[in-house]
Ligand binder design. Structure first.
Ligand code: TXA
Ligand code: MG
Length: 320
């Protein structure tokens, strides 16, 4: 698991030659490619089987590179970068004209973030430029949080995977749109609207239903972030009387005791949302190997600290 300097240099050379590298970040593993090379970016879409209408995030080594990708950068961007970069926050900004259309899905904005995993930062430093890095999973599937999960998802389609251990955060970055005046959350993450508001001193828009159809709101696709096994959310009270007649697994967090049944396996998750987020994708992936007919997930609290988790769970269940 220890990454040597020569691994980083080899990965940077591979990216310069138009290759694809599985890159650890603090959120989830990304599938990295040179963001200025249209053939390399096209390979990312092919490997993920992802439609071109879903644009990519460009990863940078630090804030100083932002002007190479965005223009009319608002002061909010600098304030947020100082507070949260490197870290799990992606900013949507007006793009410079030379940013490739295949990266932005033809929109006039670009998504930018500085990740905080040391391997990602070392790779970005050695490479020198911006790297697109969508989560390293096949389209609609659960994002990988270990190198082994990247191998399982995309092995054979990537030139190299850098093993940076298990991802610290475990859920994808918060996406904040700064391109339209009022800051708006497009994808909730573990950096919450409240902490963003505290830095900016303004209200952040979080409602999702008002977005015009043409806008690429992350995760709008039916069954985004979903296991192959049918997955359903279930309330704590319904769990107490859950009866199954085929092999099922149930993820709980509240300390609820499930009725004893040979066909029902209980997985006790943390009741701390930070730890729950860290564990969720790995737990889902391990239980999504055809051994169960159904995955039940106890509905999580309404509290803001659970917003990003609830967002992913609702999508995993295909209920949007
Ligand atoms: O934590 C993360 O953000 C991870 C790690 C690897 O950095 N990356 C990630 O990338 O989650 P991906 O491609 O799986 O999700 C990026 C999301 C997409 O849903 C896309 O719709 C949205 O970002 N996006 C990209 N560019 C956009 C833009 N210009 N406007 C609105 N949404 C955009
Ligand atoms: Mg993704």
């Amino acid at each position: 698991m220890t990454i040597q300097r020569e691994d980083i240099l080899r990965a940077a050379a591979c990216l310069r030659a138009g290759g694809l590298v599985g890159m650890p970040t603090e959120t989830v593993y990304g599938l990295a490619a040179d963001a200025r090379n249209p053939e390399a970016v096209a390979k990312v879409f092919l490997a993920k089987e992802r439609p071109h209408s879903h644009p990519l995030i460009v990863h940078l080594v630090d804030f100083s590179q932002i002007d190479q990708w965005a223009h009319e950068v608002p002061v909010y961007a600098r304030q947020l970068a100082e507070a949260f970069w490197p870290g799990p926050l992606t900013l949507i900004l007006k793009k410079r004209p030379e940013v490739l259309e295949i990266v932005t899905g033809g929109q006039d904005t670009v998504a930018l973030r500085v990740p905080r995993h040391p391997v990602a930062l070392a790779l970005l430093q050695a490479f020198g430029g911006g790297l697109v890095a969508p989560s390293a999973n096949r389209f609609t599937r659960v994002s990988p949080t270990t190198a082994a999960a990247v191998q399982a998802e995309l092995g054979g389609k990537v030139d190299m995977i850098l093993d940076g251990g298990s991802c610290e955060v475990g859920l994808e970055s918060t996406i904040l749109d700064l391109s339209a005046g009022v800051p708006r959350i497009l994808r909730p993450g573990m950096i919450s609207p409240a902490v963003i508001e505290a830095v900016l001193g303004v209200k952040v828009e979080t409602r999702r239903q008002d977005f015009p159809d043409a806008m690429r709101v992350p995760g709008r696709h039916h069954l985004h972030y979903s296991p192959a096994t049918p997955t359903a959310l279930i309330t704590t009270s319904a769990l107490k009387t859950l009866a199954v007649n085929e092999p099922c697994v149930c993820l709980t967090y509240s300390g609820v005791q499930l009725p004893e049944q040979a066909l029902l396996q209980q997985v006790v998750m943390s009741s701390n949302p930070v730890q729950y987020a860290h564990d969720l994708y790995a737990v889902l992936r391990a239980r999504d190997q055809n051994q169960f007919q159904r995955i039940y997930i106890e509905a999580v609290p309404e509290a803001a600290a659970w917003d990003a988790i609830r967002d992913r769970l609702v999508k995993a269940c295909g209920t949007t």
